[in-house]
Write a protein of this length. Structure first.
Length: 129
């Protein structure tokens, strides 16, 4: 299991995430490309929470191909198209993860390839070799 790094000499995380993660020796890393909130059947929720759930479902499917789960995620990079999407994204993320929390970055961007997308999420996971 990865070990969180949250040094006491820096400001604590603003939400349930870790400042850093140590991956134990001998583990393999899985890099997941950014996932958009579109399902395999081409459905696309209009809201950020619905899109974020699909993003994480897609990441879970990618990790399952490698025999891993969301619990193996050590790093999340997420992008939303406006501040108004922050609470919905964070609610979905926070419901899916428990300690030790992955390292995480959340950025506001001007948009994605199609205007109906409001969130994109990429992840790195570590698991047994």
């Amino acid at each position: 299991m990865a070990t969180p790094l949250n040094p006491s000499q820096i400001h604590p995380p603003f939400a349930p995430y870790s400042h850093g993660m140590i991956v134990p020796a001998g583990q393999r890393l899985i890099f997941c490309s950014g996932q958009l909130g579109i399902a395999a059947d081409k459905t696309l929720p209009a809201d950020c929470a619905g899109q974020a759930r699909i993003c994480f479902d897609n990441i879970a499917a990618i990790l399952a191909e490698a025999g891993l789960t969301l619990a193996n995620i050590i790093r999340i990079n997420a992008y939303v198209t406006g501040r108004e999407h922050l609470p919905d994204y964070m609610a979905v993320r926070n419901a899916l993860f428990a300690e030790p929390y992955p390292a995480s970055t959340l950025m506001i961007v001007s948009g994605f390839a199609r205007p109906e997308f409001v969130v994109e999420i990429e992840a790195i996971a570590a698991g047994p070799a």
